[in-house]
Write a protein that binds this ligand. Structure first.
Ligand code: SF4
Length: 508
């Protein structure tokens, strides 16, 4: 039965995880060209562009969070969907084994990682029948950081800075703008939003995510929705949230709106936020052999032109000469000399730690000495290599999830620097001041770029939490990040949120 089907799906997953489609590349290329290269947002976009090129060149994951694989499959009448579902699951496990997907499927009760991305609810596979003779498979890999910034509004409602959102298209516009503002850099901006007007709470979110299968440059066939899409794009990019929430001219690269009928009593606006690492691709396969006949979203081309070329590619990450070298163990004096906006280059030992490690450290002593240490919010993709390990993707994860723990961990164990993305809240800001520590914002999604800053894996602790959640001991060199929260009570995230909030007021 369809002998090439399994291999075709593995190819689809691999390409989706490692090579952005042309429409996303074009939007990100525009963002790179619009921003001045020496600004914080400009530096972030250069790293992102480099990362996109590196991922495509080595067939490595663009971002270490390869997300929730979501397949939309259209089959001819009579096709065996049970068999295809089994093969798609097999392909997901194989792509995980090959390091194209990070093991991301976790038992919600025990916290145990299945290790192969299979489990109840993962991957997500939706089937539909159609009259065509071929099989079409579309795939989106949407990570946790941007998934956590999704938003759903029940209208009428009151919104910060925007006032009342009524059950009108004006109200819909306000909700979308509010969601983009609220996301700031946490979902690795610049992002794109898929939106559903109406439906119920469940179908609304599903239809919103389905909008992300549209290309960024298409035109909505409904002129009323097309008008709102254009208005949101214009206004969202005036908010100056910018790349990674660093302030800048591109905050949103796409807005796609659909509508479903609703109950008279309900009016939901559901917003699915996707990050710049907008991994979406599709294939059409022969219904008798399973071989790929056509790649979707690629406009007939199979190659991807580089994001950076010529001098820009050679220059890469733009150093200004003002970068501050940091090497653990870091002293109180060094930390106190750092201010918001400083770019640092971290070298030496770094320990990873995310949700499971933070929860663990609240109840147990750390497995390593963390005095003066650098803690990296990261769940890398790591493959066994001989007797050791090789990191193949290692960008930062969203830090705000550790807000309940971070200040206490700084106080108890003497950590001096926390690397992550999206920033943290008031409790951590106070903790940084009290304990003498800084928050360093790395560029979210730049998994290939940062993997190349890791010279070797020197050890691993707490492996019982699974690969992404374990505490990896990494030797890094010239790992660039920006001080966005310092030990003097300053936060760039707070500043940008307030400034963009003031602009939002003007769109009431
Ligand atoms: S780019 Fe950012 S939001 Fe997107 S999957 Fe990666 S870490 Fe998550």
């Amino acid at each position: 039965m369809l002998p090439a089907f399994l291999d075709s799906v593995v190819q689809l997953i691999t390409r989706t995880s490692t090579d952005l489609p042309p429409d996303v590349r074009a939007a990100m290329g525009m963002a790179v060209r619009t921003e001045a290269p020496q600004t914080r947002a400009g530096q972030a976009l250069t790293i992102i562009a480099q990362n996109i090129d590196q991922a495509a060149a080595c067939e490595g994951p663009i971002c270490q969070d390869t997300g929730m694989p979501t397949f939309e499959v259209k089959v001819p009448v009579g096709a065996n969907q049970i068999w295809m579902r089994g093969k798609i699951r097999e392909a997901v496990a194989e792509a995980t084994r090959l390091g194209k997907l990070r093991p991301n499927s976790v038992d919600s009760i025990t916290g145990e990682n299945s290790g192969n991305n299979l489990g109840p609810g993962t991957p997500i596979i939706h089937f539909d029948q159609w009259e065509d003779a071929e099989v079409e498979i579309k795939l989106i890999l949407k990570g946790g950081g941007c998934e956590n910034t999704n938003a759903q509004y029940a209208l009428p409602t009151e919104l910060d800075h925007l006032g009342r959102a009524d059950r009108t298209l004006e109200g819909v516009r306000k909700c979308i703008l509010h969601a983009v503002w609220k996301a700031q850099g946490k979902g690795c901006s610049p992002g794109a939003v898929g939106v559903c007007v109406g439906g119920d709470r469940t179908s609304g979110y599903l239809h919103a995510k389905e909008q992300l299968f549209r290309t960024l440059d298409d035109t909505n066939p409904d002129p009323r929705l097309a008008e709102i899409e254009a208005a949101v794009m214009d206004e969202a990019n005036k908010l100056s949230v910018g790349a990674m929430g660093f302030s800048g001219s591109t905050s949103l690269i796409g807005c796609k709106i659909g509508a479903l009928n609703r109950l008279p009593a309900s009016f939901f606006v559901s917003v699915a936020y996707d990050c710049w690492a907008f991994r979406r691709l599709g294939i059409r396969v022969d219904a008798t052999t399973g071989a790929i006949r056509e790649w979707l979203y690629r406009e007939g081309t199979t190659s991807s032109p580089p994001m950076l070329s010529g001098e820009a590619a050679a220059a890469g990450f733009q150093r200004t000469g003002r970068e501050v070298p940091l090497r653990a163990p870091i002293s109180d004096e060094q930390i106190r000399s750092l201010k918001v906006g400083d770019v640092v280059l971290v070298s030496g030992q770094v320990f990873t730690g995310r949700d499971a490690v933070h929860a663990h450290l609240m109840k147990h002593e750390p497995p390593v000495d963390l005095r003066g240490a650098v803690l990296y919010h990261c769940g890398p993709v790591v493959l066994k290599e001989g007797a050791g390990w090789k990191v193949t993707a290692a960008g930062p994860t969203t830090s705000i999830r550790e807000e309940p723990y971070q200040a206490e961990i700084l106080r108890r164990y003497g950590v001096r620097a926390v690397i992550g993305k999206g920033g943290m809240g008031g409790k951590t800001l106070a903790g940084l001041k009290e304990s003498g520590a800084v928050y360093l914002n790395a560029i979210g999604g730049a998994a290939q770029f940062y993997a190349r800053c890791i010279e070797r894996v020197t050890g691993v602790s707490l492996m019982e939490f699974g690969t992404p959640e374990a505490m990896w001991h990494l030797e890094v060199r010239d790992f660039p990040a920006i001080v966005t929260m310092d030990s003097h009570g300053n936060s760039l995230h707070k500043e940008v949120e307030e400034e963009s909030g003031a602009v939002l007021e003007t769109f009431r």
